[in-house]
Design a protein around this ligand. Structure first.
Ligand SMILES: *[C@@H]1O[C@H](CO)[C@@H](O)[C@H](O)[C@H]1NC(C)=O
Ligand SMILES: CC(=O)N[C@H]1CO[C@H](CO)[C@@H](O)[C@@H]1O
Length: 498
């Protein structure tokens, strides 16, 4: 026999063995339904040719019509399972214990060890659990108390209202002005200090926010994880990533040197650095800088965007604005400011806020999750280390749950008698704005309360009108741009003092 024949026979034999072995293994593990795969996959690139990375949340939503709420796509050598409705997301994040609590390994977050220090990007480790617990504890200590939060918000809202008054009814872009006020609330929690609105610090922070939103978003930014050849020096994606990180570092140096107070969330974590637990957890300077970055970015862009989107929505729905103002006026006779205690008497305003969060779904793909062990959901088998996208966008626009999903209807959250639907009502449970389960957003309470205070203070003081009645700003979130957070296009608005 020729040597070549011998090799051929051995190869066939080995393949046969491998095949029998893998069949045995799957028989042993019982039912293993594969997650449906999107058709049209090409060698090497997978489904990349079918996806516009700026709009992949919308493409995924379309695919659910054909493939159902759970399917699998492949981007180059990464397999991604996408969960597109409330039920699958709930089954994964809440009912499967910690199985989906990991984060995928990504080039972008391994750079400068972000993935080892981060609250957002770290996979499910004891260090992550420790950091989350500490942050939650100090958020409670410094501000979840309602009075405390109000005290932190009042100076910022006053300043915000003043800055808008200064525009004396000329049209302006609300985003940067709202940003400074919202961001300052974060500063007082995290650092125990505040900056002047419109100051250099906020310009820098805005720049950092924009860079991180693009560089670490689920849109075009992901190409660096997927396409290794982009990582060479000189590619603009790589440069942008480095620019984001060096700007962040410069800002952090300045902050720690000049502003940081002990009585703050970050001050509190720093105190742990030399404790026994802190040492075991390898809590280093990089960790603290990273936690600061996570919390500042998570707590600023999201709320700012929600407020700005609501302002553009009321230009399209002036009745909504009038009803909010009617409710505010009823609750604050005698010119008292709105407080969090008034929330229970303002069901309509609360419903508007909830519907805004549903409608814009401004963190459409959340942050990618990853399975930390083999797991089944709804009879589908998902192996360990699979990247999982939570498509909040699709869940918030699921026509089965939200009839006419692209209409803005605060009534979805109201009972017949005008009261707010109960927190256990299915429509409120199906809002996934803050995620769910082990990695649920740490700032949920803070964000909801701050949003309420800012929205009521704006509509108490002003009636908002479009710059040009014949040309309203685009309000359909399908047209927004994707980073980590979806952003509406810039627009101008007029504020008439009341
Ligand atoms: C999953 O990833 C981890 C970390 O990269 C690795 O240690 C583990 O072996 C992987 N498991 C499987 C089944 O590939
Ligand atoms: C600057 C200003 O007029 N602010 C008013 C806005 O509305 C609040 C109530 O939320 C009033 O207390 C402020 O005086």
């Amino acid at each position: 026999m020729m040597v070549a024949d011998l090799i051929f026979i051995s190869v066939v034999f080995i393949f046969g063995l491998v095949n029998i072995y893998s069949k045995l293994i799957s028989a042993f593990h019982g039912k293993r339904n594969r997650v449906p795969r999107i058709k049209g996959r090409l060698p090497f690139i997978g489904h990349a040719h079918l996806l516009d990375m700026q709009k992949c949340h919308i493409k995924f939503e379309e695919w659910t019509k054909q493939y159902g709420p759970i399917f699998e796509v492949r981007l180059y050598d990464e397999t991604i399972v996408v969960l597109n409705d409330y039920k699958s997301v709930h089954d994964a994040l809440v009912k499967s214990d910690d199985a989906f609590a990991g984060r995928p390994k990504m080039y972008r977050t391994d750079v400068v060890d972000r993935s080892r220090n981060s609250i957002v990007w770290q996979t499910y480790t004891p260090k992550l659990v420790f950091l989350r617990k500490e942050v939650l504890k100090s958020l409670k200590a410094y501000g979840d108390g309602l009075d405390n939060l109000e005290q932190k918000c009042i100076p910022e809202m006053d300043r915000l209202v003043q800055r808008i008054r200064d525009k004396s009814v000329t049209a302006f872009d609300p985003a940067p002005i709202v940003h400074d006020a919202v961001s300052n609330v974060m500063m007082s929690f995290l650092l125990g200090c505040r900056f002047e609105h419109g100051s250099r610090e906020f310009c820098e922070l805005k720049k950092i926010g924009t860079l991180f939103n693009v560089a670490f978003g689920s849109g075009e930014g992901r190409s660096l994880d997927i396409l290794p050849w982009l990582r060479f020096w000189g590619c603009h994606q790589r440069k942008r990533l480095e620019h984001a990180l060096t700007s962040r570092d410069a800002f952090w140096e300045k902050i720690t040197a000049n502003y940081l107070r002990d009585e703050s969330v970050i001050g509190n974590i720093m105190r742990h650095q030399n404790s026994k637990l802190g040492t075991t957890m390898n809590l280093n300077d990089g960790t603290i800088k990273e936690v600061f970055t996570n919390l500042v970015l998570a707590g600023t862009d999201t709320t700012t965007t929600a407020i700005v989107c609501l302002l553009s929505l009321v230009l399209h729905y002036p009745k909504v604005q009038r009803r909010i103002q009617g409710e505010i006026d009823k609750c604050t006779e005698g010119g008292n400011p709105v407080t969090l205690a008034d929330r229970q008497n303002m069901p309509y305003t609360q419903a508007v806020i909830l519907e805004t969060l549903r409608y814009i779904a401004h963190v459409p793909l959340a942050v990618p999750h990853c399975t930390i062990r083999d797991v089944h959901i709804q009879d589908y088998f998902i192996p360990e280390n699979t990247t999982v996208y939570i498509n909040i966008w699709a869940a918030h626009h699921d026509p089965e749950v939200w009839p006419d999903p692209y209409s803005f209807k605060p009534e979805r959250f109201l009972e017949e008698d005008g009261s707010l639907v109960h927190p256990q009502h299915h429509n409120r449970k199906r809002l996934l704005v803050f995620g769910a389960g082990r990695r649920v957003c740490l700032g949920e309470v803070l964000a909801k309360n701050r949003l309420f205070l800012f929205v009521t203070s704006l509509f108490k003081n002003f009636t908002f009108q479009p710059e040009d009645h014949s040309q309203l700003p685009e309000v359909d979130p399908r047209k927004y741009e994707l980073g980590l957070v979806l952003h509406p296009q810039k627009f101008q608005i007029k504020a008439i003092p009341r």
